[in-house]
Write a protein that binds this ligand. Structure first.
Ligand SMILES: Nc1ncnc2c1ncn2[C@@H]1O[C@H](COP(=O)(O)OP(=O)(O)OP(=O)(O)O)[C@@H](O)[C@H]1O
Length: 301
């Protein structure tokens, strides 16, 4: 038995001989909010399809709390899922849909569900075929967050939500984490991932290029430092970790810093520095570092 909520080991999924997911090894411990990031076509949805047992691995393994993902009857007693495109039964009302989803899921906290209906501002008396994309998404989110499933798998769950609802989503994630639920969140929305995730896995062309905490990612990447000085300008070009030293005039200069700040602080101490400002990279800048090109947002991000 694995102690992980989600575990893939050397997972590969090929379509027509071409890998959509390539040798992917991920472990998400119980209770973690794990962000799964990558541009279009990186393999996020394919990974989720394998985790849900909707696609079989070409090679390697995928497990939910130690249960093979292919053992759908067992694995699905442990999880609730929100797909990127929520399809609902058109003739059922929102309330009937929530009752149905609760009856087939791993158990629902009905009082919390009713609270979420209010918070997500849902009119559950309407039929599903009158719902907008965002409202369908809200129904699926309310159904998932109200279950006591130990794992919530969310595939780009907020692409149709407005900022107020995005805030409710973040609250609901925090409450799920407090209850000890694990969340596997695939997203394009870097601000969302930055706000709610403990750890992030970055996928490129089916391969995992990095797994780290958001703070850990920042430490690995380039910060922008501005110093103000009087007297001689600090000589920084040869200091390890420093690049792109740029005089700004009026006794200030700017440079990039990657890695530990010790060497540059020692060097700055030799000069008369009057102010120091360090701007850490955003997750978006880190993402660009990995991809070397602007990120494509396809869902209103
Ligand atoms: N059923 C399929 N048949 C053939 N190729 C597929 C199939 N599903 C996915 N692919 C291919 O696998 C790759 C990964 O796709 P996937 O949908 O997993 O990416 P993604 O990261 O979820 O992207 P997006 O954010 O656009 O949903 C893509 O090149 C895609 O064209």
């Amino acid at each position: 038995m694995s102690g992980s909520a989600v575990r893939t080991v050397a997972l590969t999924k090929k379509y027509g001989g071409v890998p959509a997911v390539d040798d992917l090894t991920i472990e998400v411990p119980p209770g973690e909010v794990f962000g799964f990031l990558g541009p279009n076509g990186a393999g996020k949805s394919t990974t989720i399809r394998v985790l849900l047992g909707l696609a079989a691995p070409t090679s390697g393994r995928a497990e939910i709390f130690g249960i093979a993902a292919q053992d759908v009857a067992q694995a699905h007693t442990k999880l609730a899922y929100v797909p990127a495109d929520v399809a609902l039964w058109p003739r059922l009302t929102g309330r009937e849909t929530l009752h149905l989803l609760a009856s087939i899921g791993p158990g629902t906290d009905v009082a919390y569900r009713d609270e979420l209906i209010e918070r997500f501002d849902l009119d559950v008396t309407k039929r599903a075929d009158t719902y907008s994309t965002g409202n369908r998404q809200k129904i699926a989110l309310v159904a998932a967050f109200a279950t006591r499933a130990p794992l919530l798998v969310l595939d780009e769950p907020t692409s149709g939500l407005d900022p107020l609802m995005e805030r409710e989503f973040r609250r609901a994630v925090a409450e799920a984490r407090e209850r000890g639920q694990t969340i596997f969140l695939s997203s394009h929305l870097l601000a969302e991932v930055e706000a709610v995730c403990d750890r992030v896995g970055i996928l490129r062309a089916g391969r995992l290029v990095e797994t780290a905490t958001v703070a850990g990612l920042r430490r690995l990447h380039r910060s922008e430092v501005t110093v103000a000085y009087t007297g001689a300008a600090p000589e920084l070009a040869a200091v390890p970790g420093v690049d792109g030293v740029e005089p700004l005039g009026d006794g200030r200069l700017r440079f990039g810093l990657t890695g530990a700040p010790g060497p540059v602080l020692q060097q700055l101490a030799r000069f008369d520095v009057t102010a120091l400002n360090v701007r850490e990279p955003s997750l978006e800048e880190i993402f660009l570092d990995y991809y070397g090109e602007p990120v494509r947002y396809d869902c209103g991000g």
